[in-house]
Design a protein around this ligand. Structure first.
Ligand code: HEC
Length: 145
């Protein structure tokens, strides 16, 4: 019992530290931001390869593209609930035309999967990254502040 309480306090402390990091209080908003940030990290890996700042490695490129595809598949689920936070950058119009929002996410999933399934050279990374970047932008333009 005592131990359980200590563990619970420890967990809530860890959670509040994570929240203090960005100032986001709503857990649903936090989760979707984390998924976006993770997508940003994977895109960065591809970007570094495309620019020659990182040695091309097909396995690493495939893993990054797969991670993007996985997060893209998850995006509509993460945004399904209309959660708000003073720090969020999601435009309310998402929930007025959720189908289009989901379609834009599917588009990203598709191009990321295609890259994951075909990448063999740095030129493939460059081409795939162009498509991925366009898919990120297509959604952000309309749905992100
Ligand atoms: C279907 C729409 C959609 C797609 C596709 C999309 N995003 Fe986002 N992104 C959003 C929305 C909406 C927000 C704002 C979320 C919020 O503040 O709650 C966001 C926020 C972000 C953020 C800021 C996260 C934070 O901590 O505040 C990053 C980074 C990001 N996106 C990167 C990407 C990258 C990289 C891609 C492509 C690989 C991508 N996004 C594709 C909708 C999308």
């Amino acid at each position: 019992m005592r131990k359980g309480l200590v563990v619970a306090l420890g967990l809530s402390f860890a959670a509040s530290v994570a929240l203090a990091h960005t100032g986001v209080k709503n857990m649903t908003v936090m989760k979707r931001m984390e998924a976006m940030q993770s997508m940003g990290d994977s895109t960065k890996v591809l970007g570094q390869m495309a620019k020659g700042e990182r040695t091309f490695n097909a396995e690493t490129a495939r893993a990054a593209a797969l991670a993007i595809a996985r997060h893209a598949a998850e995006t509509p689920v993460l945004f399904e609930e209309r959660a708000e936070d003073p720090k969020d950058e999601a435009k309310p119009v998402i929930w007025e035309q959720f189908e289009d929002f989901a379609t834009k996410s599917e588009k990203l999933e598709k191009v990321a999967m295609r890259l994951a399934g075909s990448v063999e050279s740095v030129d493939d990374v460059r081409a795939g990254l162009g498509e991925i970047g366009a898919a990120c932008k297509a959604c952000h333009e309309v749905y992100r502040e």
